[in-house]
Design a protein around this ligand. Structure first.
Ligand code: GMT
Length: 380
């Protein structure tokens, strides 16, 4: 099938899922066309089955806001016609589902019927999409999609509670490709980061408020008071500076390493013992799943879809949002003892396999088939 994928090309989870899905679809023989404003970060190799089409928005001084949706719709129309695309899959409702719907309608006037799948990722529903300035447009675009998928049961529940949705929402969880990690590094170069006695605790995110970055630092502060440990902070975002300052104020700056954005997440996770995800809200927690497949135990909040991924007492522990004392205590339960740590690490990797792409890809292919067969139904 010839599939166009629209996503954010940045380090955010929705872009990562869209990119990895596109790569996997291409490996299965589909032709995949990414349409977005920059080459997606995890898309290193383009090939005859993976294409990238840049959406360019010319600056015009009259516009206070440059109209990205318009440019995206037009680019979709051109790309779909030029390459004979058969299906459009948009990740993150805002503004992708809206722009995709416009493209679909423009094409219908030319007798081209393109089914549109919308995948909801989280903040497009919970934090951003639910805002009154966007709500009617988001509701309309979800209801106008041919198929709607959400990345967790919890996100489906939230969507149905927050919006007036008249469409069935299919839950297709996020996934990992275990073959990517099966080359597991024999030498993780752990010694570059920590001594043999130190445990390595890691956090990876876009450092937004929703991730509760100060909690990450405070949990680690309590851990390192009890056992030798290092904290590795991976990512960039508005809360990073505050986190650096807090580590200095707490006198632990020499034990906290800020690495910035990285394309070597698997290498970093390879030498990590514990992953911290104390988020305020999280529709799934892809970062936790990526940690788990790399045999890293997880200490997280129990919000949103996280309990669907991190299993309490098995792959790690979950606590109420903001309960940093309990999170630190639970972290120490795992980290203090080699054999306990090993057990949690093994469990994490085993549970992560439930989300193997081999189980998840057929679910997407099935909805593609269904939408393609019904492509004339949603047009008027
Ligand atoms: O976590 C973020 O802030 C990035 C955001 C995104 O849209 O890229 O992530 C959301 O989608 C991910 C992939 O489906 C999920 O794993 C994250 O849980 C979700 N983030 C939130 O719900 C806050």
């Amino acid at each position: 099938m010839k599939i166009a994928i629209v996503c954010y090309p940045t380090f955010g989870g929705s872009g990562v899922v869209a990119t990895e899905l596109g790569i996997a679809l291409a490996n299965r023989g589909h032709e995949v066309h990414f349409v977005t404003y920059k080459q997606p970060v995890r898309l290193e190799l383009l090939s005859n089955r993976i294409h990238f089409h840049e959406v360019h928005v010319p600056e015009y001084p009259l516009f206070h806001y440059q109209p990205y949706e318009l440019a995206l719709s037009s680019k979709l129309v051109d790309t779909i016609k030029l390459f004979g695309i058969e299906l459009l899959h948009v990740h993150y409702a805002i503004p992708h589902a809206y722009a995709g719907f416009m493209a679909k309608k423009i094409l219908e006037q030319e007798g081209i019927y393109i089914p549109m799948i919308t995948t909801l990722h989280g903040t497009d529903i919970t934090l951003v999409g639910n805002h009154p300035v966007y709500k009617p447009a988001v509701t309309f675009s979800i209801n106008s999609s041919d198929v709607v998928t959400s990345v967790s049961d919890n996100l489906k529940k939230n969507t149905l509670e927050l919006f007036d949705i008249r469409k069935e929402i299919e839950v297709i969880p996020n996934f990992i490709d275990k073959t990517k990690y099966s080359t597991s590094f024999t030498d993780c170069q752990r010694s570059l980061m920590a001594t043999d006695e130190e445990r390595i605790v890691t956090h990876i995110s876009n450092f937004r408020k929703v991730k509760r970055i100060p909690d990450v630092i405070q949990i680690f502060y309590r851990i390192q008071q009890e056992i030798p440990a290092k904290l590795i902070m991976v990512g960039e975002g508005p809360e990073k500076e505050k986190a650096e300052l807090l580590s200095e104020q707490l006198g632990i700056a020499d034990r906290v390493v800020f690495l910035g954005n990285s394309n070597e997440i698997d290498r970093i996770l390879c030498f990590s013992d514990l992953f911290l995800l104390p988020s305020e809200s999280e529709s799934f927690g892809l970062a936790a799943l990526e940690a788990m497949i790399n045999k890293v135990a997880v200490i997280s909040s129990n919000t949103g879809g996280i309990p669907e991924v991190n299993r309490h007492g098995i792959t790690g522990f979950l606590s109420d949002i903001g309960n940093i004392d309990e999170m630190a205590k639970n972290a120490l339960k795992i980290l203090r003892n080699d054999s306990v740590l090993e057990e949690f690490k093994e469990n994490a990797a085993e549970v992560a396999l439930e989300f193997d792409i081999l189980n998840v890809l057929p679910l997407y292919e099935a909805v593609y088939e269904k939408a393609y067969r019904a492509r004339y139904k949603n047009s008027y």
